[in-house]
Design a protein around this ligand. Structure first.
Ligand code: AMP
Ligand code: GLY
Length: 414
Protein backbone atom coordinates (compact mmCIF):
# COMPACT_ATOMS: atom_id res chain seq x y z
CA UNK A 1 0.00 0.00 0.00
CA UNK A 2 1.22 3.50 -0.87
CA UNK A 3 0.17 6.31 1.48
CA UNK A 4 0.68 10.06 1.02
CA UNK A 5 0.69 12.30 4.11
CA UNK A 6 0.00 15.98 3.38
CA UNK A 7 1.77 18.52 5.57
CA UNK A 8 5.27 19.24 6.81
CA UNK A 9 5.41 19.52 10.61
CA UNK A 10 5.92 17.39 13.69
CA UNK A 11 2.33 16.13 13.46
CA UNK A 12 2.92 14.84 9.93
CA UNK A 13 6.22 13.18 10.94
CA UNK A 14 4.39 11.43 13.80
CA UNK A 15 1.65 10.28 11.37
CA UNK A 16 4.20 9.15 8.77
CA UNK A 17 6.19 7.11 11.31
CA UNK A 18 3.09 5.55 12.89
CA UNK A 19 1.61 4.68 9.48
CA UNK A 20 4.97 3.25 8.35
CA UNK A 21 5.10 1.01 11.43
CA UNK A 22 1.75 -0.58 10.52
CA UNK A 23 1.82 -4.38 10.03
CA UNK A 24 1.37 -4.18 6.23
CA UNK A 25 4.60 -2.12 5.91
CA UNK A 26 3.09 0.54 3.64
CA UNK A 27 5.32 2.75 1.54
CA UNK A 28 5.06 6.39 2.66
CA UNK A 29 5.10 9.57 0.55
CA UNK A 30 4.72 13.17 1.65
CA UNK A 31 4.00 16.65 0.32
CA UNK A 32 5.36 19.20 0.98
CA UNK A 33 7.14 17.13 3.65
CA UNK A 34 10.41 18.04 5.34
CA UNK A 35 13.98 16.76 5.48
CA UNK A 36 13.05 14.86 8.66
CA UNK A 37 9.94 13.32 7.07
CA UNK A 38 11.93 12.32 3.97
CA UNK A 39 13.99 9.93 6.10
CA UNK A 40 10.83 7.74 6.18
CA UNK A 41 8.76 8.96 3.22
CA UNK A 42 9.49 9.71 -0.42
CA UNK A 43 8.78 13.23 -1.69
CA UNK A 44 5.83 13.95 -3.96
CA UNK A 45 6.96 16.68 -6.34
CA UNK A 46 4.22 19.27 -6.89
CA UNK A 47 3.63 23.01 -6.81
CA UNK A 48 -0.07 23.15 -6.00
CA UNK A 49 -3.17 21.07 -5.42
CA UNK A 50 -3.69 20.06 -9.08
CA UNK A 51 -0.12 18.96 -9.60
CA UNK A 52 -0.19 17.20 -6.23
CA UNK A 53 -3.14 15.11 -7.37
CA UNK A 54 -1.29 14.39 -10.65
CA UNK A 55 1.77 13.31 -8.66
CA UNK A 56 -0.35 11.02 -6.45
CA UNK A 57 -1.95 9.41 -9.52
CA UNK A 58 1.49 9.01 -11.16
CA UNK A 59 2.92 7.30 -8.06
CA UNK A 60 -0.13 5.06 -7.69
CA UNK A 61 -1.01 6.39 -4.22
CA UNK A 62 -3.70 4.20 -2.56
CA UNK A 63 -4.55 6.51 0.34
CA UNK A 64 -4.13 10.20 1.09
CA UNK A 65 -3.94 11.23 4.77
CA UNK A 66 -4.56 14.92 5.47
CA UNK A 67 -2.24 16.37 8.09
CA UNK A 68 -2.68 20.13 8.21
CA UNK A 69 -5.88 22.06 7.69
CA UNK A 70 -4.97 24.50 4.92
CA UNK A 71 -5.09 21.92 2.10
CA UNK A 72 -8.58 20.79 3.09
CA UNK A 73 -10.04 24.18 2.16
CA UNK A 74 -7.55 25.33 -0.50
CA UNK A 75 -8.95 25.62 -4.05
CA UNK A 76 -11.43 22.81 -4.59
CA UNK A 77 -10.29 21.09 -1.40
CA UNK A 78 -7.79 18.23 -1.00
CA UNK A 79 -10.37 15.51 -0.24
CA UNK A 80 -12.69 16.72 -3.03
CA UNK A 81 -9.80 16.52 -5.54
CA UNK A 82 -8.76 13.09 -4.27
CA UNK A 83 -12.31 11.80 -4.66
CA UNK A 84 -12.43 13.09 -8.22
CA UNK A 85 -9.15 11.27 -8.95
CA UNK A 86 -10.40 8.06 -7.30
CA UNK A 87 -7.96 8.23 -4.36
CA UNK A 88 -9.48 7.46 -0.94
CA UNK A 89 -8.76 10.37 1.45
CA UNK A 90 -8.66 10.31 5.25
CA UNK A 91 -9.71 13.91 5.82
CA UNK A 92 -13.02 15.67 5.11
CA UNK A 93 -14.16 17.51 1.96
CA UNK A 94 -14.08 21.30 1.79
CA UNK A 95 -17.74 21.78 2.71
CA UNK A 96 -17.31 19.83 5.96
CA UNK A 97 -13.94 21.41 6.78
CA UNK A 98 -15.81 24.72 7.19
CA UNK A 99 -16.29 23.50 10.76
CA UNK A 100 -12.67 24.55 11.27
CA UNK A 101 -12.27 27.21 8.58
CA UNK A 102 -15.19 29.36 9.72
CA UNK A 103 -15.90 29.99 13.40
CA UNK A 104 -19.32 31.37 12.43
CA UNK A 105 -20.19 28.21 10.48
CA UNK A 106 -19.09 26.10 13.46
CA UNK A 107 -21.09 28.18 15.93
CA UNK A 108 -24.26 27.90 13.82
CA UNK A 109 -23.72 24.13 13.53
CA UNK A 110 -23.32 23.83 17.31
CA UNK A 111 -26.44 25.90 18.03
CA UNK A 112 -28.52 24.10 15.38
CA UNK A 113 -27.70 20.71 16.90
CA UNK A 114 -27.99 21.74 20.54
CA UNK A 115 -24.35 20.98 21.32
CA UNK A 116 -23.06 22.83 24.43
CA UNK A 117 -20.93 25.89 23.55
CA UNK A 118 -20.50 29.52 24.59
CA UNK A 119 -23.11 32.05 23.45
CA UNK A 120 -21.91 34.15 20.55
CA UNK A 121 -22.84 36.80 18.04
CA UNK A 122 -21.28 37.37 14.61
CA UNK A 123 -20.45 40.97 13.67
CA UNK A 124 -19.17 42.71 10.54
CA UNK A 125 -17.42 45.79 11.91
CA UNK A 126 -15.95 47.38 15.03
CA UNK A 127 -19.12 49.30 15.91
CA UNK A 128 -21.27 46.16 15.79
CA UNK A 129 -18.63 44.43 17.92
CA UNK A 130 -18.80 47.17 20.58
CA UNK A 131 -22.59 46.84 20.68
CA UNK A 132 -22.35 43.05 21.03
CA UNK A 133 -19.73 43.32 23.80
CA UNK A 134 -21.91 45.87 25.60
CA UNK A 135 -19.29 46.50 28.29
CA UNK A 136 -19.23 42.85 29.46
CA UNK A 137 -15.64 41.81 30.21
CA UNK A 138 -13.90 39.43 29.99
CA UNK A 139 -15.07 38.64 26.46
CA UNK A 140 -13.62 36.47 23.68
CA UNK A 141 -13.16 37.81 20.13
CA UNK A 142 -12.59 35.33 17.29
CA UNK A 143 -11.73 36.14 13.70
CA UNK A 144 -13.98 34.07 11.45
CA UNK A 145 -11.35 32.50 9.15
CA UNK A 146 -8.17 30.41 9.43
CA UNK A 147 -5.51 32.41 11.27
CA UNK A 148 -2.90 29.81 12.31
CA UNK A 149 -4.04 29.90 15.93
CA UNK A 150 -3.62 33.68 16.19
CA UNK A 151 -7.16 34.85 15.45
CA UNK A 152 -8.52 34.57 19.00
CA UNK A 153 -8.23 37.23 21.70
CA UNK A 154 -9.40 36.73 25.27
CA UNK A 155 -10.00 40.36 26.29
CA UNK A 156 -10.02 41.30 29.96
CA UNK A 157 -10.94 44.92 29.32
CA UNK A 158 -11.98 47.50 26.76
CA UNK A 159 -8.40 48.48 25.90
CA UNK A 160 -7.44 44.94 24.81
CA UNK A 161 -10.72 44.51 22.89
CA UNK A 162 -10.14 47.81 21.04
CA UNK A 163 -6.58 46.77 20.20
CA UNK A 164 -7.84 43.49 18.67
CA UNK A 165 -10.66 45.24 16.79
CA UNK A 166 -8.04 47.52 15.24
CA UNK A 167 -5.98 44.48 14.17
CA UNK A 168 -9.01 42.76 12.64
CA UNK A 169 -10.96 45.58 10.99
CA UNK A 170 -8.46 48.40 10.38
CA UNK A 171 -5.18 46.57 9.81
CA UNK A 172 -6.96 43.47 8.43
CA UNK A 173 -4.15 41.38 9.89
CA UNK A 174 -5.97 38.14 9.05
CA UNK A 175 -7.49 39.39 5.78
CA UNK A 176 -11.14 40.21 5.23
CA UNK A 177 -13.70 38.57 7.44
CA UNK A 178 -16.26 38.80 10.17
CA UNK A 179 -15.74 38.44 13.89
CA UNK A 180 -17.42 36.31 16.54
CA UNK A 181 -18.05 37.93 19.91
CA UNK A 182 -18.19 35.00 22.33
CA UNK A 183 -19.07 34.46 25.95
CA UNK A 184 -16.03 33.96 28.20
CA UNK A 185 -15.96 30.41 29.61
CA UNK A 186 -13.87 29.06 32.47
CA UNK A 187 -12.47 25.66 33.36
CA UNK A 188 -9.69 23.28 32.31
CA UNK A 189 -9.30 22.65 28.60
CA UNK A 190 -9.04 19.23 26.98
CA UNK A 191 -8.43 18.10 23.39
CA UNK A 192 -10.64 15.20 22.33
CA UNK A 193 -9.97 13.39 19.06
CA UNK A 194 -12.41 11.20 17.20
CA UNK A 195 -11.88 9.16 14.08
CA UNK A 196 -15.12 9.72 12.16
CA UNK A 197 -16.38 7.47 9.39
CA UNK A 198 -19.80 8.64 8.15
CA UNK A 199 -22.24 7.91 11.00
CA UNK A 200 -19.71 6.03 13.15
CA UNK A 201 -16.83 7.19 15.30
CA UNK A 202 -14.09 6.10 17.67
CA UNK A 203 -12.93 8.41 20.46
CA UNK A 204 -9.14 8.30 20.59
CA UNK A 205 -6.80 8.99 23.51
CA UNK A 206 -7.49 12.46 25.00
CA UNK A 207 -4.76 15.06 25.35
CA UNK A 208 -4.07 18.43 26.88
CA UNK A 209 -2.30 21.16 24.98
CA UNK A 210 -0.28 23.98 26.58
CA UNK A 211 -1.13 26.98 24.43
CA UNK A 212 0.61 29.84 26.18
CA UNK A 213 4.29 30.57 25.52
CA UNK A 214 5.42 30.91 29.12
CA UNK A 215 5.40 28.75 32.23
CA UNK A 216 2.41 29.22 34.49
CA UNK A 217 0.20 29.69 31.40
CA UNK A 218 1.48 33.22 30.90
CA UNK A 219 2.44 35.06 27.73
CA UNK A 220 0.89 35.01 24.27
CA UNK A 221 -1.09 32.13 22.74
CA UNK A 222 0.96 29.86 20.48
CA UNK A 223 0.25 26.84 18.29
CA UNK A 224 1.05 24.79 21.41
CA UNK A 225 4.20 24.52 23.56
CA UNK A 226 3.68 20.93 24.65
CA UNK A 227 1.09 18.27 25.33
CA UNK A 228 0.25 15.43 27.66
CA UNK A 229 -1.84 12.46 26.54
CA UNK A 230 -3.40 9.59 28.45
CA UNK A 231 -6.69 7.73 28.78
CA UNK A 232 -6.45 8.74 32.44
CA UNK A 233 -6.45 12.46 31.69
CA UNK A 234 -10.20 12.60 32.34
CA UNK A 235 -12.37 10.32 34.48
CA UNK A 236 -14.97 7.99 32.95
CA UNK A 237 -17.88 10.23 33.92
CA UNK A 238 -16.37 13.22 32.13
CA UNK A 239 -15.44 11.19 29.06
CA UNK A 240 -18.94 9.70 28.93
CA UNK A 241 -20.51 13.16 29.17
CA UNK A 242 -18.25 14.40 26.37
CA UNK A 243 -19.18 11.48 24.16
CA UNK A 244 -22.93 11.73 24.89
CA UNK A 245 -23.39 15.52 24.72
CA UNK A 246 -20.71 16.49 22.20
CA UNK A 247 -19.12 13.76 20.06
CA UNK A 248 -22.25 11.72 19.21
CA UNK A 249 -24.44 14.78 18.44
CA UNK A 250 -21.67 16.24 16.26
CA UNK A 251 -21.40 13.08 14.17
CA UNK A 252 -25.22 12.87 13.94
CA UNK A 253 -25.34 16.59 13.03
CA UNK A 254 -22.88 16.11 10.16
CA UNK A 255 -25.10 13.34 8.81
CA UNK A 256 -28.26 15.39 9.21
CA UNK A 257 -26.71 18.38 7.42
CA UNK A 258 -25.41 16.20 4.58
CA UNK A 259 -21.78 16.98 5.43
CA UNK A 260 -19.64 13.94 4.54
CA UNK A 261 -16.87 13.20 7.02
CA UNK A 262 -14.14 10.58 7.03
CA UNK A 263 -11.10 11.58 9.02
CA UNK A 264 -9.86 12.86 12.35
CA UNK A 265 -12.07 15.39 14.08
CA UNK A 266 -10.64 17.43 16.95
CA UNK A 267 -12.87 18.89 19.66
CA UNK A 268 -11.29 21.74 21.63
CA UNK A 269 -13.31 21.65 24.85
CA UNK A 270 -13.57 23.52 28.10
CA UNK A 271 -14.74 21.60 31.16
CA UNK A 272 -16.91 24.37 32.62
CA UNK A 273 -18.85 24.20 35.90
CA UNK A 274 -21.94 23.56 33.67
CA UNK A 275 -20.31 20.62 31.90
CA UNK A 276 -18.07 20.28 28.85
CA UNK A 277 -18.53 22.91 26.13
CA UNK A 278 -17.05 23.21 22.63
CA UNK A 279 -14.55 26.03 22.08
CA UNK A 280 -13.61 24.95 18.59
CA UNK A 281 -13.59 22.16 16.04
CA UNK A 282 -10.53 21.29 13.97
CA UNK A 283 -10.84 18.94 11.02
CA UNK A 284 -7.51 17.20 11.60
CA UNK A 285 -5.28 16.02 14.41
CA UNK A 286 -3.85 18.58 16.85
CA UNK A 287 -0.24 19.67 16.79
CA UNK A 288 1.53 19.01 19.23
CA UNK A 289 -1.14 16.62 20.57
CA UNK A 290 -0.47 14.24 17.66
CA UNK A 291 3.19 13.94 18.67
CA UNK A 292 2.00 12.92 22.17
CA UNK A 293 -0.86 10.60 21.12
CA UNK A 294 0.79 8.65 18.24
CA UNK A 295 3.48 7.03 20.43
CA UNK A 296 0.62 5.48 22.51
CA UNK A 297 -1.15 4.05 19.45
CA UNK A 298 -1.05 0.29 18.94
CA UNK A 299 -2.25 -1.74 15.98
CA UNK A 300 -2.73 -0.93 12.34
CA UNK A 301 -3.21 2.79 11.72
CA UNK A 302 -2.66 2.39 7.97
CA UNK A 303 -5.32 -0.31 7.70
CA UNK A 304 -7.68 1.72 9.89
CA UNK A 305 -7.35 4.91 7.79
CA UNK A 306 -7.49 3.00 4.49
CA UNK A 307 -10.69 1.19 5.47
CA UNK A 308 -12.20 4.35 6.99
CA UNK A 309 -11.46 6.45 3.91
CA UNK A 310 -13.43 3.86 1.91
CA UNK A 311 -16.37 3.92 4.33
CA UNK A 312 -15.48 0.70 6.18
CA UNK A 313 -15.21 1.54 9.84
CA UNK A 314 -12.84 -0.86 11.62
CA UNK A 315 -12.27 0.40 15.17
CA UNK A 316 -10.83 -2.98 16.19
CA UNK A 317 -7.66 -2.21 14.20
CA UNK A 318 -6.28 0.38 16.65
CA UNK A 319 -6.04 0.86 20.41
CA UNK A 320 -4.06 2.97 22.87
CA UNK A 321 -1.70 1.82 25.58
CA UNK A 322 -2.69 2.59 29.15
CA UNK A 323 0.28 4.78 30.03
CA UNK A 324 1.16 8.43 29.66
CA UNK A 325 2.88 10.43 26.97
CA UNK A 326 4.46 13.86 27.37
CA UNK A 327 5.65 16.11 24.55
CA UNK A 328 7.84 19.20 25.04
CA UNK A 329 8.20 21.76 22.26
CA UNK A 330 11.42 23.63 21.56
CA UNK A 331 10.53 26.89 19.80
CA UNK A 332 12.82 29.33 18.05
CA UNK A 333 13.84 32.75 19.36
CA UNK A 334 11.09 35.33 18.91
CA UNK A 335 8.24 32.80 18.53
CA UNK A 336 5.28 33.36 18.26
CA UNK A 337 5.64 37.01 17.17
CA UNK A 338 8.43 36.09 14.75
CA UNK A 339 10.62 33.10 14.04
CA UNK A 340 14.35 32.67 13.65
CA UNK A 341 15.92 30.26 11.15
CA UNK A 342 19.35 28.81 10.45
CA UNK A 343 20.48 28.23 14.04
CA UNK A 344 22.49 25.04 14.61
CA UNK A 345 20.73 22.41 16.73
CA UNK A 346 22.98 20.46 19.12
CA UNK A 347 22.48 17.42 21.34
CA UNK A 348 20.06 15.47 19.13
CA UNK A 349 22.35 12.42 19.13
CA UNK A 350 22.24 12.27 22.96
CA UNK A 351 18.45 12.56 23.15
CA UNK A 352 16.88 9.19 23.99
CA UNK A 353 13.26 10.30 23.56
CA UNK A 354 11.22 10.37 20.32
CA UNK A 355 12.09 13.50 18.34
CA UNK A 356 9.65 14.97 15.82
CA UNK A 357 10.78 17.86 13.65
CA UNK A 358 8.29 20.74 13.45
CA UNK A 359 10.54 23.21 11.66
CA UNK A 360 14.09 22.10 10.79
CA UNK A 361 16.32 21.72 7.79
CA UNK A 362 19.21 19.35 7.19
CA UNK A 363 22.33 21.29 6.18
CA UNK A 364 26.07 20.54 6.19
CA UNK A 365 25.42 17.13 7.75
CA UNK A 366 23.55 18.59 10.73
CA UNK A 367 20.18 20.08 11.65
CA UNK A 368 19.31 23.79 11.59
CA UNK A 369 16.20 25.54 12.84
CA UNK A 370 13.68 26.52 10.16
CA UNK A 371 10.54 27.73 11.81
CA UNK A 372 8.62 28.93 14.85
CA UNK A 373 8.16 25.61 16.57
CA UNK A 374 11.34 23.62 15.89
CA UNK A 375 11.19 20.25 17.65
CA UNK A 376 8.72 18.12 19.59
CA UNK A 377 10.36 15.76 22.08
CA UNK A 378 8.13 12.98 23.40
CA UNK A 379 8.55 10.37 26.10
CA UNK A 380 6.08 7.72 27.20
CA UNK A 381 5.88 5.93 30.54
CA UNK A 382 3.65 3.71 32.63
CA UNK A 383 3.12 6.62 35.01
CA UNK A 384 2.80 10.37 34.52
CA UNK A 385 5.91 10.86 36.69
CA UNK A 386 8.05 8.62 34.47
CA UNK A 387 6.84 10.13 31.21
CA UNK A 388 7.28 13.76 32.20
CA UNK A 389 10.64 13.26 33.91
CA UNK A 390 12.06 11.55 30.82
CA UNK A 391 10.52 14.08 28.42
CA UNK A 392 12.00 17.07 30.26
CA UNK A 393 15.39 15.40 30.89
CA UNK A 394 15.79 14.41 27.26
CA UNK A 395 14.48 17.73 25.90
CA UNK A 396 17.04 19.55 28.05
CA UNK A 397 19.84 17.78 26.14
CA UNK A 398 18.83 19.49 22.89
CA UNK A 399 19.66 23.11 22.29
CA UNK A 400 20.04 25.95 19.79
CA UNK A 401 20.53 29.70 20.23
CA UNK A 402 17.43 31.38 21.67
CA UNK A 403 15.57 28.08 22.23
CA UNK A 404 12.32 28.46 24.19
CA UNK A 405 10.84 25.56 26.21
CA UNK A 406 8.30 25.37 29.01
CA UNK A 407 9.54 23.43 32.04
CA UNK A 408 6.00 22.90 33.42
CA UNK A 409 4.53 20.76 30.61
CA UNK A 410 2.57 17.91 32.22
CA UNK A 411 3.23 19.35 35.69
CA UNK A 412 0.56 22.02 35.46
CA UNK A 413 -3.18 21.37 34.96
CA UNK A 414 -3.03 17.57 34.94
P1 AMP B 1 -9.37 28.62 19.78
O1 AMP B 1 -8.42 28.99 18.67
O2 AMP B 1 -10.81 28.86 19.46
O3 AMP B 1 -9.09 27.25 20.33
O4 AMP B 1 -9.00 29.58 21.00
C1 AMP B 1 -7.69 29.68 21.49
C2 AMP B 1 -7.72 29.72 23.01
O5 AMP B 1 -8.50 30.84 23.45
C3 AMP B 1 -8.39 28.52 23.63
O6 AMP B 1 -7.53 27.44 23.78
C4 AMP B 1 -8.82 29.08 24.97
O7 AMP B 1 -7.74 29.08 25.88
C5 AMP B 1 -9.19 30.50 24.63
N1 AMP B 1 -10.65 30.59 24.40
C6 AMP B 1 -11.31 30.37 23.24
N2 AMP B 1 -12.65 30.52 23.41
C7 AMP B 1 -12.83 30.83 24.70
C8 AMP B 1 -13.98 31.13 25.50
N3 AMP B 1 -15.23 31.15 24.98
N4 AMP B 1 -13.79 31.42 26.81
C9 AMP B 1 -12.54 31.44 27.35
N5 AMP B 1 -11.43 31.18 26.66
C10 AMP B 1 -11.55 30.88 25.35
N1 GLY C 1 -2.69 22.29 19.35
C1 GLY C 1 -3.76 23.03 18.82
C2 GLY C 1 -4.04 22.79 17.41
O1 GLY C 1 -3.52 21.89 16.79
O2 GLY C 1 -4.84 23.53 16.85
Amino acid sequence: MKIAVIGKGGREQALVETLAASPGHPQLFSFPGSDAIFRTALPLVADGLDSLIDAMVREGIDLCVAGEESYLVKGEGLANCCTRAGIPCWGPPKESAQLEASKEFAKKFLMRHGIPTGKAQAVANAQEAREAIDGCYPIVLKFDGLAAGKGVAVCQDEASAEAFLTEVFEQQRFGEGRLLVEEYLTGPEISIFAAVCDDQYLVLCPARDYKRLKEGDEGPNTGGMGAVASRQLADDETLNAIERTIVAPTVAGLQEDGLPYRGFLYFGLMLTPDGPKVIEYNCRFGDPECEAVMPLLQGDLAGFCMAGAQGNFKPELISFSEGWSVCCILASAGYPASSHSGDTITGLEDCKARVFHCGTRCADGGWKTAGGRVLAITATGDTLEQARKTAHTEAAKVNFPGSQRRGDIAYRNV
